[in-house]
Design a protein around this ligand. Sequence first.
Ligand code: ZN
Length: 136
Amino acid sequence: MNTCDLLFVEDEIQTLRTDLFMARLTILELMSEPAKNALEGFSGCRSLEEVQRWERNAIEKLLSLVQTSAGERHSLLEGAQRVSCPLCKKSRQGNHGSMGFTFPRGLRRHFAGTHNSYQCPVFEATLGLCRQFFTR
Ligand SMILES: [Zn+2]
């Protein structure tokens, strides 16, 4: 690959990074005001530790947002409250046909993408935005 090709590739990568950044910002702008408020501070992280702290705090704020929103609740099943995701609106199909994520544990896992759960694509986009601010 010659110098001209490398410059073209670097330019293309920068264009794609900018496009990804703008797409993530658009996702954030489409969120409800309470959700946006729960995710505030994403642009202020300056280290990996701050990104991780922001992620933990944002997840807890989102969970408390759901707790105060009776409209998000599906039902009580075997003592576990089930809710749909306030960000992506997905509602996981449970083992016995139950809908929604258990609250708060299942929803927390959905946000964090832990325990082999499908990570919330909206939260993942915001987390990517947070990391993109950090690595600029
Ligand atoms: Zn989600």
